[in-house]
Design a protein around this ligand. Structure first.
Ligand code: NAP
Length: 158
């Protein structure tokens, strides 16, 4: 029986376009590394256009949560009387994406299921931060798997 739905991971726009030339079934989801230091706006926009749902991983920047200390994330957590973790997770829902977050801690797993509301001004604060990193050539993924080929992402060629 042929597959009726498929998912892909780590597909940049370049590779999605190439893939779509060769498949009869458009992927349902694309799982990508995505956080304020690597917002992947081009992939998010292209996937929305093609009806492909984005699942973001490494929302915290992986082990150690380097994004918890990012200035706009700290500021928004204070403003919302919440936590940097919730700000980072909730940001994805404002973009129509889901998040795959990892925790070995039961109370955090439960806590990570509850999001907060971020309005346009809140999102603009994160966008300014991301755009500034982009201008400075500071987009980064924190964990660099040895892809072995250029996958077409802005932060890492290999
Ligand atoms: N498709 C791919 O190529 C790919 C690549 C990498 C990862 N992934 C998937 O993405 C998932 C998550 O990404 P990730 O592993 O990079 O890490 P992540 O979700 O960005 O961060 C995980 C870290 O955050 C901590 N954490 C979780 N909830 C927290 C909270 N509420 N407050 C403070 N700290 C918290 C965890 O510690 P505790 O355990 O102590 O809570 C853990 O050290 C992985 O499990 C994997 O399934 C996919």
């Amino acid at each position: 029986m042929p597959w009726s739905s498929i998912g892909v991971a780590n597909y940049s726009v370049r590779y999605l376009k190439e893939l779509l030339l060769h498949v009869s079934v458009v992927p349902s989801v694309n799982q990508i590394k995505c956080h304020p230091s690597l917002p992947q706006q081009d992939v998010v926009d292209f996937c929305h256009q093609m009806g492909i749902h984005i699942i973001a991983y490494s929302a915290f920047g992986s082990t150690g949560g380097p994004h918890f200390a990012a200035p706009p994330i700290v500021a928004l957590a204070e403003k919302k009387h919440s936590t940097p973790a919730k700000v980072l997770l909730s940001w994805h829902s404002t973009r129509g994406s889901s998040v795959l977050v990892r925790s070995n801690n039961l109370s955090r797993i439960k806590d990570n299921c509850e999001l907060i509301n971020l309005d346009e001004d809140d999102c603009a604060l994160i966008r300014v931060y991301s755009n500034d990193l982009c201008k400075k050539g500071l987009f980064r993924r924190y964990v660099y798997p040895p892809f072995g080929i250029d996958l077409g992402f802005p932060d890492a060629a290999m």
